[in-house]
Design a protein around this ligand. Structure first.
Ligand code: ZN
Length: 323
C-alpha cells in the first residue's frame, strides 16, 4: 500500500507500507506500520516527547531510587558485572584505560561495573530520567540530553552501548551515524533491541511485553537493523537472539497479558508500583508464573537457538577501508 498518510520510511525512504495491527494505551491509539522494503516498523503516529509526558513517565521509570525492588536489583547488578567483563574481551588488551559510552545508561549500573575494570565512563540519558538515581556521579560523566547536542570527543570510545535504547530514539539513522563518528578505529558498538521477528512478537502482537507502546517508537527485525548497520558503514561481528534476562520474563509477561490480566501488571509490581487492590492479582500471577517457569524457559531457549528469540543483540565494528 502506497499510503501518503504515513510518509516515507525514515530509514530507506521507501513509500510502500503496510499496517500490521493497532494498539492503544489508556490515553492514545497507535498503529504499527511496516516499510515493505527494509521492514522497519514504526509506531504511528510517532510518540513525541509531549505525548510521552502525558503518559505516566514516573511509573515507567519506577518510583523509588532504584527501578526494581532490592532483590531484582541485586540480580541485575550481577548481570551487569558479567556483561562488562564479557564485552571488554572484544577490545585490545593494549588499551590501558578503555573509554566506555553508554547511550541510555539509566542509573548507570553497567558503567559502574566498568569502573571496577579501570575504565573511563560516560553515560547519556533522556532529560526526563530521574537524575537522583545516577550512581557514582563523581567518577562517571553523566550527561542528560539529546546525543546530537552533546559535545563528545570523536573516534574516542572503545565500547559504545546502545542497550535497549535505539527503539526509544526519534531518529535511529542519525544516532548510528553519530556513534560511528564517536567510535575509535578498533572499537565496538553493542546494540540490543527487541526482536520484532521473534516468535513472541509474531504470536502475541499487541500483548507482546517488549512492544512497549508508547515508549518504543521503532521496532526492528534482522533485516531492518541490518539495513541500518550497512548504511552506517558498520559490520556485524556477532549476533544473537538469546537473552535469558529478558527472554524468559518477557514471554511469561506476554502470556499473562494475553490471558487478560491488566497489561504488564506483574512487571509494574516488580518496579514497586503495587496498590492494595492489585495485591491479590499479583499473588495469583506469581503462582501462574511459577507453574509456567520451566516450559517458558524451554521455549525461550529453543526459539533463541533458531534466531527467533525476543532480543537482537549485535556486536558491531567499523567496516575495513576499501570494503
Ligand atoms: Zn524502509
Amino acid at each position: 500500500m502506497n499510503n501518503k498518510e504515513f510518509g516515507p520510511c525514515p530509514l530507506c525512504h521507501g513509500q510502500e507500507t503496510k499496517v500490521l495491527f493497532s494498539t492503544k494505551t489508556p490515553l492514545s491509539k497507535f498503529r504499527l506500520v511496516q516499510c515493505k522494503i527494509c521492514e522497519l516498523t514504526r509506531t504511528f503516529p510517532l510518540p513525541s516527547d509531549e505525548v510521552l509526558s502525558v503518559h505516566d513517565i514516573h511509573s515507567y521509570y519506577g518510583k523509588d531510587v532504584h527501578k526494581f525492588n532490592p532483590c531484582v536489583q541485586k540480580i541485575r547488578n550481577l548481570i551487569m558485572r558479567m556483561r562488562a567483563k564479557y564485552y571488554l574481551s572484544f577490545i585490545s588488551n593494549s588499551i590501558q584505560t578503555p573509554r566506555i559510552l553508554d547511550v541510555g545508561c539509566a542509573e548507570g549500573s553497567l558503567l559502574k561495573s566498568f569502573l571496577e575494570y579501570g575504565c573511563q565512563c560516560w553515560g547519556i540519558e533522556h532529560p526526563s530520567y530521574p537524575d537522583q538515581r545516577f550512581l557514582d556521579s563523581d567518577r562517571i560523566i553523566y550527561l542528560q540530553g539529546d546525543l546530537h547536542n552533546i559535545n563528545l570527543p570523536e573516534r574516542a570510545f572503545d565500547l559504545i552501548f546502545l542497550w535497549h535504547a535505539l527503539e526509544h530514539m526519534d531518529n535511529p539513522q542519525l544516532i548510528m551515524s553519530r556513534l560511528h563518528k564517536l567510535l575509535s578505529p578498533k572499537g565496538a558498538i553493542i546494540v540490543a533491541v527487541p526482536n520484532f521477528s521473534s516468535m513472541e512478537a509474531r504470536r502475541f502482537k499487541q500483548f507482546w511485553f517488549h512492544l512497549d507502546i508508547p515508549w518504543h517508537k521503532y521496532h526492528f527485525n534482522e533485516k531492518s537493523i541490518g539495513y541500518l548497520i550497512t548504511k552506517n558503514h558498520l559490520r556485524v561481528i556477532r549476533m544473537s537472539t538469546l537473552c535469558f534476562e529478558q527472554g524468559t520474563y518477557g514471554l511469561l509477561q506476554s502470556i499473562l497479558n494475553a490471558m487478560g490480566w491488566p497489561k504488564n501488571e506483574f512487571y509494574e509490581a516488580l518496579k514497586g508500583n503495587l496498590t492494595y487492590r492489585r495485591y491479590i492479582h499479583v499473588v495469583i500471577q506469581f503462582f501462574i508464573g511459577v507453574f509456567l517457569l520451566i516450559p517458558v524457559f524451554s521455549v525461550s531457549f529453543l526459539t533463541s537457538n533458531r534466531g527467533r528469540g525476543p532480543v537482537l543483540k549485535l556486536l558491531l565494528k567499523k567496516k575495513r577501508m576499501g570494503k
